[in-house]
Design a protein around this ligand. Structure first.
Ligand code: ZN
Length: 267
């Protein structure tokens, strides 16, 4: 092992390799942070004084079937500007977790081919850790999408639990992303969305909805400048209903006429 192998093999940069230990089927690489790279984690200042260390071990990607750990004594520094003692930032792991970003990525890649339990068994780690990694990934990718760039949206309701639970969904029509899910149907389910939308400063050009008066009201109240569009399915359905009515009316009219004349039309 070496400093450059740490970088090329494990994606860890900015630390010096110190030693390797083998114990109980595990491999531990100990690293050191060079004094010249100490920074205040709040303001980024280099003007800091060393105030001890906090020894930590991080699980990282395995070598063959061996579990691998990175050990680092994380420096604590006092910032001369902030006047506060803090731990320096760690480049290779998220705060408060005991595994590296590389390990996270590896577990996520495996997760697309096997169950949580399979990944946990394979890596010799608990089910909860894999679940935690998946949740953090979902949160990072889908939490609270930014509304600022929304231009064209669609509002629709769906029912789950065999029609017992209604959800109101708002879609970004350009990206297809779901940007809001509200409980229930009708205007109330959109309240939180209007608040977020107003704060985001988005300029909505068009809104597609079904023809329910509740949505039409909500849109004309909250987005008076937007064009309201009814989706094709609902318009065609209404058009077909009208045509069927007309067809029935014409049929009955014709039947009456022919009965008066003594002949019955075939239906
Ligand atoms: Zn500072």
């Amino acid at each position: 092992m070496s400093t450059s192998l740490l970088y090329h093999g494990f994606g860890v940069r900015g630390y010096r390799y110190a030693k390797t230990e083998y114990a109980a089927g595990e491999v531990t690489f100990t690293m050191e942070q060079p004094r010249e790279s100490y920074r205040c984690s709040a303001c980024g200042s280099e003007d800091v004084i060393g105030r001890g260390q906090n020894a930590r071990r991080f699980r990282t990607i395995p070598i063959g079937s061996k579990a691998v750990y990175l050990a680092l004594a994380i420096p604590r520094v006092e910032c001369r500007r902030c006047r506060v003692v803090r731990q320096v930032k760690i480049a290779f792991a998220d705060p408060r977790v005991s595994y590296t970003k590389a390990f996270q990525r590896y577990a996520l890649e495996l997760s697309s081919y096997m169950t949580i339990q399979d990944v946990a068994d394979h890596l010799g780690i608990s089910w909860d850790v894999i679940k935690e990694i998946q949740k953090a990934d979902l949160k990072r990718r889908f939490d609270r999408p930014k509304l600022k760039h929304l231009r064209q949206i669609a509002i629709d309701e769906i029912s789950t639990a065999k029609g017992h639970v209604y959800l109101t969904i708002v879609l970004d029509l350009e990206s297809g992303a779901v940007v809001h899910v509200g409980r229930g149907k009708g205007g109330d389910a959109l309240k939180a969305f209007w608040t977020r939308l107003r704060r985001s400063g988005a300029k909505i050009e068009a809104v597609a909805t079904d023809m329910s008066p509740a949505y039409i009201d909500a849109v004309t109240t909250h987005l008076p400048g937007a064009t309201l569009v009814f989706d094709r399915f609902h318009v065609i359905k209404l058009y077909n209903d009208k045509l069927s009515e007309l067809r029935r009316a014409l049929y009955h009219e014709l039947k009456d006429t022919m009965q008066k004349n003594g002949s019955v039309p075939s239906s």
